[in-house]
Unconditional design. Sequence first.
Length: 217
Amino acid sequence: MARVAVCEDDRALRGLLQRALEGDGHSVVATAKGSELLAQLDPLPQVVILDIGLPDADGRDVCLALRAHGVDAPVLMLTALGGMHHKVSGFEAGADDYLTKPFDIPELLVRIRALLRRTTVAVAADEVVLDPTSHEVRRGDSGEALTPTEFRLLGRLISVPGEVVRRHALVAAGWPHGAHVSENTLDSYLRRLRVKLERLGVGGRVATVRGVGYRWD
């Protein structure tokens, strides 16, 4: 069903999670350290299960690093720390859900399915479809793979066809975790996006509104 990355230092729990997820139909990459997880992001996971207490890093810092690497997959954070401030700091680091140890495997599987449902609804604009499962933009039988940033930028434009999306709004959509991005960087991404769209015959759909932003026509 989905590519799941598991980062858990407890060997027994890591094995249990891998077996349960594979039994639920997912493909799993299991690691024990944050550095190992960050080194195995190709292909990008569709959901991440991340322990907060890793031997080489705080899981919250690893979550921030995932976002900085362009991983926008939902993150389910695991921890033995059940205090509200721990949960808040996890969410602030970019986690999407939180599960306190000990937990029941059926509950974890239900939470994973719920996270995946939130991210598998395709966005369509006329004949162009943006598919979050494959991270592709498609037209008919043809498709082009997008980077996570390209995917977010195009999704922002397609969501409001005919409306101008200002530059600052596009930057916020493309880099949602507060990275400093210049206008030249934004323009460069839009040029690359247009090249991919042109191969699908719809490169002209992204219009430049000089001095303001971009529009999906």
